[in-house]
Write a protein that binds this ligand. Structure first.
Ligand code: SAM
Length: 219
């Protein structure tokens, strides 16, 4: 499996520092007085758990990190032992039970890995598991991403999708607006960054950050 191999060779591929999305999420939660609340957070595609740790350290939430890679979850559990606030589970997002509800769904660099039918399934899942007044924090590659745009083999019949070791789908703003129109989109912007990797390489990326919320259900 691609991700098991990645983590096997370069354990903490993106180092110990949190992703940009984790910084954005904590800043947002602090600004809105939510960091002090006992929120339930779901990090899908959590990798070895660097953002789970950051979110736990900077909020009072309970965080469940899930990842399909056994190697990632083994690393996560070894680095950040489970306790009353941190849990990890090895599973694909499609296996998540829909009767467990979350205040926050967090997706850092995950959406871009999903094929069209999986993206539809993920959005359906988010809609099911987010509570009223819930929040989605998402980062995903832009079509302008210098590292991956137009690289690899184009996927036939699917715009902005390439296979270059792994399947990648790059997004335009209008696509994200449409995909997440079931939420009230609060923030949607592009950011550019240089990512140092455990391999010694530096990747140049342009990604989207989206913050969206579900509306309160009136009684
Ligand atoms: C690019 S990595 C990002 C890891 C982490 N969010 C971070 O920023 O450190 C994407 C992760 O998604 C996981 N993944 C891929 N498909 C998945 C699926 N269907 N369900 C859950 N996790 C999946 C991979 O194993 C990988 O760890």
């Amino acid at each position: 499996m691609y991700w098991d191999n990645q983590y096997q060779h370069n354990e903490r591929l993106w180092g110990e520092t949190p992703s940009r999305l984790a910084l954005v999420a904590v800043e947002y939660l602090q600004k809105h007085g939510l960091a002090e609340k006992m929120l339930n957070v779901l990090d899908i595609g959590c990798g070895y758990g660097r953002d789970v740790l950051y979110l736990t350290e900077h909020t009072r939430g309970k965080i469940l990190g899930v990842d399909i890679s056994e190697k990632a979850i083994t690393l996560a559990k070894k680095s950040y032992p489970e306790n009353s606030r941190i849990k990890f589970r090895c599973c694909g997002f499609a296996e998540l039970e829909e009767n467990n509800k979350y205040d926050i769904v967090f997706l850092s660099n995950f959406y871009q890995l999903l094929k069209k039918d999986e993206r539809i399934e993920l959005r359906r899942k988010i809609e099911k598991v987010l509570k009223p007044n819930g929040l989605l924090f998402l980062s995903t590659l832009s079509t302008r991403d210098p590292e991956h745009s137009e690289k690899g083999t184009p996927v036939s019949g699917e715009i902005n999708s390439f296979v270059d070791n792994v399947y990648l789908h790059l997004c335009e703003r209008s696509e994200l607006e449409e995909d997440f129109s079931f939420l009230r989109i609060e923030e949607l912007y592009k950011y550019e960054y240089f990512e140092s990797r455990a391999t010694g390489e530096t990747h140049h990326h342009i990604s989207w950050i989206l913050v969206g919320g579900t509306d309160t259900v009136s009684a």
